[in-house]
Design a protein around this ligand. Sequence first.
Ligand SMILES: Cc1cc2nc3c(=O)[nH]c(=O)nc-3n(C[C@H](O)[C@H](O)[C@H](O)COP(=O)(O)OP(=O)(O)OC[C@H]3O[C@@H](n4cnc5c(N)ncnc54)[C@H](O)[C@@H]3O)c2cc1C
Length: 486
Amino acid sequence: MEWDRETDVIVVGYGGAGGMAAIAAHDAGASVLILEKMSQEGGTTRTSGGRMRIVLDPERAVDFYNKICEGTTPRDLLQTYVYEGLKVPEWIRALGGEVEESVDGPHHYPLHLEPDIAGADSISPNRHRVKGPFGSKEKSGGGGANLITLLVKNVTQRKIEVLLDTPATKLITNEEGGVIGLEARHKGNPLRIKAKRGVILTCGGFSANPAMLLEYVGQNYYLPYCNPGNTGDGIHMVMEIGADLWHMSAVVAGFGYKVPDYDYPVPHKMPLPGYVYVDQKAKRFMNETGVDSHLMWTQVFYWDVRTCSYPRVPCFVIFDADTFGAGPIATTLRGKIGDVYQWSEDNQPELERGWIAQAETIDLLAKKIEVSPETLQETISRYNMSCIGGYDPEFNRTLQTLSPVMRPPFYAMRLFPCVLNTQGGARRNARAQVLNVHGNPIPRLYSAGEFGSLFHRFYIGAGNVRECIVFGRIAGQNAAAETPWK
Ligand SMILES: Cc1cc2nc3c(=O)[nH]c(=O)nc-3n(C[C@H](O)[C@H](O)[C@H](O)COP(=O)(O)OP(=O)(O)OC[C@H]3O[C@@H](n4cnc5c(N)ncnc54)[C@H](O)[C@@H]3O)c2cc1C
């Protein structure tokens, strides 16, 4: 076979998992080449908060992850994730970085409320993030960009070669089905690269591929927060050589706003609990403050079979003057994935642009957003009565979050479920080997990160980045340890 070039290990995708895998393979003595499809490295990792849950009791944490993965992920893989994950701060220090503990603010907004299941208290509500110039430990965002900055520095120091604008397109196998190289396109030109020891797929999920989202996750989403390069290429490549897939129905999606002239959604976040969500019929449909923000998609995944439509997409957030005046109703992404709108501190510019609907009465607000005024009035009155009574019979909001929507003027915005990332991809084992449909490792093929994540549908945040680091490292070391083929 004719090759354009050769190396020991090829890493496909230069986000958090790819950067970590490349460094580990290099440090284990292999020559490494990283291929990145986009013209900038970082992937979705760069846009992320980069937060990693702090484990307090490892064995119970394994039970907890087993539960939330619905038993789909083997226990030895979860043990590797949890126990190796304890060493992440040490590894980050070895790369010249530092982790810091980030702290959540008060739970006015349903961010990372722990589900009431066994083992949940084995994980701290606080998380680790890589320290650096982006974001701060008090605010979400920025930790992913700090991690990428650290990884890029280490990759550069090691003189690991990186080819940007180079999507991998096809894996090349030998007669035994082992992966011996791949085909790619470098700036539009075909490239055939031999991998003497192995190939590591760290090419992310399919959040930027609407057709795959509809096919595998079963819902239409508004434009993703993720890297536009995450279009599921790895899935097609491994299907072609007989890999098994897993966690394809798993998605991480919160609520966001669609604002004119910007390609990316603005993440929704309320400064006070004085708000409700209503569907297109102006009715509440969920405990607004009781669902983890990563799982909001589960609440709007309701299909009206009579009209063949999603009556909760979009839905609306309704709030009053107290909540409006308490601070921004959105957060700003710090990932520089595109032209992301920078939300103001007081919501005024957004109000003046007409993005936030405002009216002196609930009746007028309903007319503005084109829902039934009678129903919206009734919904808000019933909710306010629950606040006065201290009990929410419909959706069981906690007492601390039962703040009325009472003081005019009233406000509304449309909400869409927006994808952060998917979890589906090739099934892998605890050694980061990709498995075929018979459960056997495909020789010389490894993977890490959200491409075939260990997580299934029930995801409560701050898990993926640690997975990138742990399995990126394992994949890199194991690929480097393969005997070179001639
Ligand atoms: C706004 C936001 C906040 C988040 N916050 C957190 C958080 O705080 N904690 C947490 O744990 N998780 C968080 N996540 C999720 C987490 O960021 C991702 O799951 C994780 O970073 C994925 O890393 P990765 O290396 O697997 O993929 P990525 O970082 O996406 O890297 C994959 C790379 O592969 C490239 N690629 C794709 N196809 C090809 C191809 N054919 N050839 C070559 N390259 C290719 C892509 O362009 C991309 O650069 C967040 C996500 C978002 C969007």
